[in-house]
Design a protein around this ligand. Structure first.
Ligand code: SF4
Length: 310
């Protein structure tokens, strides 16, 4: 599978089948905390970065076996809405597999564009980011293309709320020393109250980041939650899933598909694939010996990173 990956266990979505509509590493931002890597093509240009005909074929083939999937999620290597044909994939899913909800993980940078909203309006759940309430902080944390400002991000998010019916779980990722000063937190909070998303999800750096950036502690996130006082606030925490039987045969390939996209600890691979941790450890030992993965330490945890980029 070239354009779909998983199902991956995600803290927010359960078992989520990922769809990747842009190649490594095309994005409209170059966030310091990005777990995918440094952006190599920073752009706002919409085009068919990967052939959606093939994406649709992969989705159709995979989902026809009725795998246990909670969401089909547009995410992956970069900003999914940059693909100008994303609407075609949404239409296919809604027409052919209407029972599986669709989610979009987006950095919010294109939501002010009418054609983008038209493409995504039938989706069930939006997980847009909003990390900064001032342009100075935006430039430091998200490092977007120069045309993107906080005002434009706010406009897009307000349009999303007004013109679509899907739920909105707004995410703010806090980075030590960048967006966790009192003034910035209160301004972010003010917009959260104004937008009224279904959930406000606060997060911090928890995987090896693209650039040097430090996480906040859980206690600091709790303090932010208390300061902002938005009733539907979640601090994102890990939880595990029931073990399930693996339904694809190439186990090492499944691990590589996960860790080539983002660094994962062993425990998370085991949760995502629904197999015993000791089995993952054995496969990982082989992958290490074969030189196809390597280990990175972040905080006190070792992450496994793949060497292949598509
Ligand atoms: S975190 Fe998301 S928006 Fe930021 S650079 Fe990475 S892929 Fe792009």
């Amino acid at each position: 599978m070239k354009y779909i990956f998983g199902p991956v266990y995600s803290r927010r979505l359960g078992l989520s089948l990922g769809v990747d509509l842009v190649p490594y590493k095309v994005c409209s931002m170059d966030c310091v905390y990005c777990e995918v890597g440094r952006t190599t093509v920073k752009t706002l240009e919409r085009k068919e970065y990967v052939p959606v005909k093939e994406v649709i074929k992969e989705l159709g083939d995979f989902l026809s076996a009725s795998p246990p999937v909670d969401f089909v999620t547009f995410s992956g290597y970069g900003e999914p809405t940059l693909n100008s044909k994303i609407g075609k994939v949404v239409k296919f899913l809604k027409g052919e597999i209407p029972d599986i909800p669709i989610a979009l993980i987006t950095n919010s940078s294109l939501l002010w564009q009418k054609d983008v909203l038209n493409d995504i309006r039938e989706m069930d759940l939006f997980l847009p980011s909003f990390d900064a309430a001032s342009d100075t902080v935006l430039k430091k944390i998200n490092r977007p293309v120069s045309a993107i400002s906080v005002e434009l991000l706010k406009k897009g998010l307000l349009n999303l709320k007004k013109e679509t019916e899907g739920k909105i779980w707004l995410e703010t990722l806090f980075v030590e020393g960048l967006n966790n000063n009192k003034d910035e937190i209160l301004k972010i909070g003010e917009f959260v109250h104004y937008l009224e998303p279904d959930r406000w999800q606060i997060n911090t750096v928890d995987r090896p980041p693209a650039y040097n950036s430090k996480p906040l502690s859980y206690e600091e996130l709790e303090k932010i939650k208390e300061m902002v006082k938005y009733p539907a606030t979640d601090i994102i925490v890990r939880k595990s899933t029931e073990n399930r039987s693996s339904f694809t045969s190439d186990f090492k390939r499944e691990i590589l598909d996960l860790v080539n996209r983002r660094p994962c600890p062993i425990k998370e691979i085991s949760d995502a694939l629904g197999v015993l941790q000791e089995d993952v450890e054995k496969a990982v030992e082989e992958l290490l010996r074969e030189g196809r993965v390597f280990k990175v330490k972040f905080g006190n945890v070792f992450y496994l990173k793949g060497k292949e980029k598509k």
